[in-house]
Ligand binder design. Structure first.
Ligand code: 6PG
Length: 468
């Protein structure tokens, strides 16, 4: 009987690449797919060193050494419950099931508790980095049984991305915390991408720049404080040509899809009373983008200013402001994401260590960026930091860059260019630093029509007024 180090179920691109990655670091890997897909067929015909395909789940499970460690790389949702149910007939107490998909953290909490009753250890693991990351080193966010994590940690540490030789994997916390952190990572990913898309729109539509020139701007920015994976790929996307010699980007339909993690982040923020407006707005921006037909109708019946290419402003100064606005927008988006994780950590008693989370985001994952070094520094000084924007380094940047954010927003607004996430970031920033807001009026209105009561600033207690 074989005694392989780990089993991987799900031979889609991510599962295959992770299995190859694990095998390349010296571990033996059993692999199984519910259907005999192309990858399984090719593995059976042309074996890969240390990767062992099995056609029966029983043989697959029996081929893994005990306590068995079985990594699921399958579609999130009901398929995860189905495969767990099947596995339960073959595995034993203390075996470890690892869900490496983008599962909803609430499902992960439920599965963790269900499997605990059966003495099966469960890890819900966020894995970021796309296909390439899975093969060469992803950022890994494991949550669930600490005991199980300690058993699999050497494998994760070997296969993960490295930031200056440091493995981008850290135990996140109990039950669904790993998948929660991955979900928020994706929420930040949404706003990061939307901010870059709005920047592209301003350079293209307002300044009238071509793809190559825009690409060069991103290239330049990628050498400075904005250096990040998403800026780097944007630079490349902008100049990629099709076989007909035209830019591929110019032929792509402007309807952005989504698989749900951004929506979950926004929903969680709403449930936890965390004002993640920038992240939520980036989800709504995708929803607006898919309403292509409505937008086509609206463009003919709803009027706004025409974009003026004979600029009354200095282009160079505008581009410089745009870079700073992008950086500040990005900071606000990360600050909202980390704030949400803080609230969730308190709510679920996860004791999240934000220093560790920021550290493992620095390589392998989609939101990897130089900015994370400042976040690491901020949390290294204080894990209980109320808000990233309160850390000295981000205070300094915000105070220096908010003028740029205002400048680019006012030009965009005057020209009728939609920049929802930039605008949302500034509104949040200004709302945050407002001591006396207009919410007193909201309270009065609530009390007027519903006797909902209010509190006063000059007396303690709860009050109601007979307004009429
Ligand atoms: C990652 C990515 C990955 C996936 C997104 C895409 O971290 O590797 O986030 O998980 O590409 O889920 O999400 P949308 O389809 O919703 O854009």
């Amino acid at each position: 009987m074989s005694n392989h180090d780990i089993g991987v179920i799900g031979m889609g691109v991510m599962g295959k690449n992770l299995a190859y990655n694990i095998a390349s670091t010296g571990y033996t890997v059993s692999v199984f797919n519910r259907s005999n897909n192309i990858i399984m067929k090719s593995l059976l015909e042309k074996p890969i060193k240390k990767v062992f395909p099995y056609l029966s789940i029983k043989e697959f499970v029996n081929s893994v050494r005990k306590p068995r460690c079985i990594l699921l790389m399958i579609q999130s949702g009901p398929p995860v419950d189905e495969i767990i149910k099947i596995l339960l007939s073959y595995i034993q107490s203390d075996d470890i099931i690892i869900d490496g998909g983008n599962s909803f953290y609430v499902d992960t909490i439920r599965r963790f508790n269900f499997l605990k009753q059966k003495s099966i250890q469960f890890l819900g693991v966020g894995i970021s980095g796309g296909e390439e990351g899975a093969l060469y080193g992803p950022s890994i966010m494991p949550g669930g049984s600490r005991e199980a994590y300690d058993l699999v940690a050497p494998i994760f540490e070997n296969i993960s991305a490295k930031y200056k030789k440091e493995a981008c994997v850290q135990y996140i916390g109990p039950d669904g915390s790993g998948h929660y952190v991955k979900m928020v990572h994706n929420g930040i990913e949404y706003s990061d991408m939307q901010l870059i898309a709005e920047t592209y729109s301003l350079l293209k539509n307002l300044i009238g720049m071509n793809n190559v020139d825009i690409s060069n701007i991103f290239k330049k920015w990628n050498k400075g404080e904005l250096c990040s994976y998403l800026i780097e790929i944007t630079e490349k996307i902008l100049c990629k040509k099709d076989i007909d010699g035209n830019f591929i980007l110019d032929s792509i339909l402007d309807s952005a899809s989504s698989k749900g993690t951004g929506t979950w982040t926004a929903k969680s923020a709403l449930e936890l009373y965390a004002p993640c407006s920038v992240i939520a707005e980036s989800v709504f921006s995708r929803y607006l983008s898919i309403m292509k037909v409505n937008r086509m109708i609206a463009s003919t019946i709803l009027f706004g200013p025409k974009i003026s290419l004979d600029r009354s402003f200095n282009t160079e100064a505008f581009i410089s402001d745009l870079g700073k606005a992008l950086y500040l927008g990005k900071i606000i988006s990360y600050a909202q994401g980390f704030f949400l994780m803080k609230i969730a950590s308190q709510h679920h008693h996860w004791n999240l260590q934000f220093y560790n989370i920021a550290k493992i985001f620095r390589a392998g994952c989609i939101i990897r960026a130089d900015l994370l070094n400042n976040i690491v520094t901020s949390y290294n000084e204080n894990n209980d930091l109320i808000d990233l924007l309160f850390s000295p380094i981000f205070q300094e940047i915000s105070n220096a860059y908010h003028v740029s954010l205002r400048n680019i927003i006012s030009v965009a607004v005057q020209n009728g260019i939609s920049i929802p996430v930039f605008s949302s970031a500034l509104s949040y920033y200004d709302g945050y630093r407002t001591v006396n807001s207009s919410a007193n009026l909201i309270q009065a209105q609530r009390d007027y029509f519903g006797s909902h009561t209010y509190q006063r600033i000059d007396q303690s207690g709860t009050f109601h007024t007979n307004w009429s």
